[in-house]
Write a protein that binds this ligand. Structure first.
Ligand code: HEM
Length: 384
């Protein structure tokens, strides 16, 4: 009896030690990833997370700057990272899907603590914005010229629109409704684009000929000027757009999404009953050779209008499709174009890993297990 008891305790301690060690090593690992690599000085893991980008003193979608780039210590940013880890761990452990079990035996309390941090941050942003809207004099986002009565109309932040939205009876959205929308945008809108840019840079860094074409296009649009990118420029960066789409085809940032069937269906001869759940995996769908011959090849030309206009509309769905598709897809493409063009105007990129070394992890976002290493070389000569 005593022996069984002692063995039980030993196993319990061993399990706790292993779990703690794995947990700590995962954080240490992530921390190391974010540092320049000594001895290989121009090589950096890029785009840790798009929360680390900020509009330079400018406006943001929510009309509030979180200064995540300069303040990665921000409680909010840290809570977002922790929450992604927590949710992903829970997804993998079905025995914790019950709230009660999760709260008593799992990470339920930690989950709730983080959720509270996220919610109170969003709530404070919303409250501050509502106060400023009620009292325009205090609105820190209004520029000097805005106080001039002749100024052109200022574009509204997304949050302002939510605060002003009313239904036919004139009812405003509740505080909770607004917070849910803000949370969805903050969550859906940051890591997805960061991961997509990571992959695009890796692919360009492994395909010099395609990178040369991007550089040529950038030189045609910007010449030797260092001016910021404009909306007009974005429209002209057609090849870069093909690169972004081809990267999303090979490595869709959202690796899977789900739907519930509202009616009985017949799919390829299989009867699917109403109520069944379907998981759509764009990573697999995008490799269908009927729509993408030699699917593993990186060929941005596939997305030139002449090569894609006849393709089935659901053959390429990195942003999902139908009524609940990604609301931010146009914004995401623009954001990627702005950041990638900024990098590639100034640098040549070289991938320091082979694709099969990257080992994909399909967490909430499709990412390489140990980050992506890129060597940046300053471009001295333009191609034109
Ligand atoms: C490369 C970047 C992005 C990718 C690949 C992506 C992908 C997706 C996908 C696949 C969905 C649908 C999920 C589902 O069907 O269950 C989705 C939904 C959504 N995305 Fe994105 N997204 C990206 C960027 C963004 C950005 C930048 C924003 C906001 C600024 C955003 C906001 C949203 C929102 C609000 C939804 C929920 C829409 C709804 O449920 O009606 N996304 N996204």
């Amino acid at each position: 009896m005593l022996l069984i008891g002692a063995t039980g305790v030993a196993i319990f301690i061993a399990v706790i030690t292993i779990v703690t060690f794995k947990f700590l090593s995962s954080y240490v690992h992530k921390w190391i990833q974010m540092k320049p690599i000594p001895g290989l000085s121009p090589t950096y893991p890029i785009f840790g997370n798009a929360l680390h980008f900020k509009a330079d003193g400018g406006e943001t979608a929510m009309g509030k700057n979180i200064y995540a780039q300069s303040n990665s210590d921000s409680e909010y940013v840290k809570a977002v990272y922790r929450m992604s880890d927590i949710i992903h761990r829970r997804q993998k452990m079905p025995w914790f899907w019950s709230d009660l079990v999760y709260y008593v035996f799992g990470e339920g309390r930690k989950h709730n603590r983080n959720l509270k941090i996220l919610h109170s941050f969003t709530e404070s942003v919303i409250a501050e914005r509502a106060r400023n809207m009620a009292n325009p004099e205090r609105d820190s986002l209004r520029s000097d010229s805005d106080t001039d009565h002749t100024v052109k109309k200022k574009r509204k932040a997304f949050l302002d629109m939510l605060l002003n939205a009313t239904d036919e009876q004139g009812n405003c959205l509740s505080q909770e409704n607004i917070r849910e929308e803000v949370d969805t945008f903050m969550f859906e809108g940051h890591d997805t684009t960061a991961a997509a840019m990571n992959w695009a840079i890796h692919l360009l860094g492994s395909h010099p000929e395609e990178q040369r074409k991007v550089h040529k296009e950038l030189d045609e649009v910007f010449g030797t000027s260092d001016r910021p990118v404009s909306m007009e420029d974005l429209k002209r960066l057609r090849y870069l757009e093909c690169v972004i789409k081809e990267s999303l085809r090979l490595f869709p940032s959202v690796p899977f999404f789900g739907r519930t069937f509202c009616e009985d269906c017949n799919i390829n001869g299989f009867k699917v009953p109403k109520g069944a759940n379907a998981i759509i995996i764009p990573y697999a769908l995008h490799r269908d050779p009927r729509h993408f011959p030699d699917p593993e090849e990186f060929r941005p030309e596939r997305f030139l209008p002449e090569n894609s206009s006849k393709r089935h509309p659901f053959a390429f769905v990195p942003f999902s499709a139908g009524l609940r598709n990604c609301i931010g897809q146009r914004f995401a493409l623009m954001e990627e174009k702005v950041i990638l063009s900024k990098i590639l105007r100034h640098f040549q990129v070289e991938a320091k890993q082979q694709r099969d070394e990257l080992r994909l992890v399909g967490e909430l976002i499709l990412r390489p297990e140990s980050g992506i290493l890129i060597q940046l070389t300053k471009r001295t000569q333009k191609l034109m």
